[in-house]
Design a protein around this ligand. Structure first.
Ligand code: COA
Length: 310
């Protein structure tokens, strides 16, 4: 087993469903308006998966792009990790199906359940696998078909969520391309965001909003400290895309200098759960340097780390 001093993200790939849905179509079902949705969430539209765009096809498409970008052959993948909160079956998991579709026949494959914090949780796991020598190349995917778990008639959630998949390849590195993770969970508050008996999501929006805006600044500061840098050293801030107001409040609390690009993928793609960070990373294509990633959501779980962008 060959251990490695560090690991890094080699590439990123994205899959966004073909259909874009604007606010008006949703507002009609929940006695809302385009103006209210934009003002309270910053969201203008989101992607909705069609019947042929299931979790496996979306995740496989994103991972195929990431593998091509990294120049890694599917047979050289040691592990496929898939973060999702929208797969209904517990008897099978999605990752083995995606590994088979990719042709990653030598890979371990498992799903990760940390909801909207799933991507940074997965990145910490991938980093540990690579550094320990347990894996060479890890494909980490965040994929969601939130359409399957959101009630179109629920005023608190119907307008927020979208579908899609983002993937990265993590491989060995001589330097620390993925800095130590700062993570945790507050299960005592898990009732604030959970599945109802109907099998759809229910959220105490204002309470989740307050929790998120309180937890983000100290977790972000600890992640910067763990990486040995300050906000001025960042090229980008890529928080989970939950609500533009949460992102804006977090950027303000961190006193980010003007050169730091702040991910705002939520405006056109809504909240895509575990997929939102890799999708937002793909949208910042062309930015190089260090990025602070920060995921938060159901659990209530959170995780953050600084990465070198691919
Ligand atoms: N359309 C129009 N009006 C609505 C509405 C809707 N979809 N939902 C609620 N309202 C009304 C309420 O009835 C309330 O009316 P009132 O003032 O007359 O009582 C008012 O709008 C404010 O409701 P509130 O729930 O306090 O809104 P908010 O400002 O908290 O915004 C969210 C709602 C969901 C956008 C916001 O709470 C949020 O983003 N929370 C965090 C969500 C999140 O990030 N979740 C994922 C974490 S992974």
């Amino acid at each position: 087993m060959r251990t490695s001093p560090g690991s890094r993200i080699l590439s990123v790939g994205a899959y966004r469903p073909r259909t874009r849905v604007g606010n008006d179509a949703i507002a009609a079902l929940i006695d809302s308006s385009d103006e209210w949705i934009r003002r309270r969430s910053g969201i203008e539209s989101r992607r909705r998966a069609a019947d042929d765009e299931d979790l496996v096809t979306m995740a496989t498409a994103a991972a195929t792009k990431a593998l091509a970008g990294a120049g890694v052959a599917p047979r050289d993948v040691s592990a496929v990790l898939l973060a999702t909160m929208s797969y209904r079956s517990r008897a099978t998991t999605v990752a083995p199906l995606v590994a088979a579709a990719l042709g990653a026949t030598n890979a371990a494959a498992m799903d990760l359940g940390a909801a909207c914090a799933g991507f940074p949780y997965g990145l910490a796991t991938a980093d540990a696998l690579v550094r320990s020598g347990a894996a060479d190349n890890v494909v980490l995917i965040g994929a969601e078909r939130m359409t399957d778990i959101v009630d179109d008639h629920d005023r608190g959630t119907a307008f927020l969520f979208g579908d899609g998949a983002g993937a990265v390849v993590v491989g060995p590195s001589e330097t620390l391309g993925i800095s130590p993770v700062v993570w945790g969970a507050d299960g005592a508050k898990s009732d604030l965001l959970r599945y109802a008996e109907t099998g759809t999501l229910r959220m105490a929006g204002p309470e989740v909003f307050r929790w998120a805006t309180a937890v983000i600044p100290p977790v972000a500061e600890r992640a910067l400290e763990a990486a040995g840098i300050t906000a001025a050293d960042l090229a980008a801030f890529i928080p989970h895309q939950a609500n533009l107001r949460i992102t804006t409040a977090a950027a303000r609390a961190l006193c980010l200098p003007p050169h730091v690009r702040v991910a705002t993928d939520v405006i056109t793609n809504g909240n895509t759960g575990a997929a939102s960070i890799p999708l937002a990373m793909a949208a910042l294509n062309g930015t190089s340097g260090r990025a602070l990633l920060l995921g938060f959501g159901a659990g209530l779980a959170y995780a953050a780390q600084v990465v070198e962008l691919p």
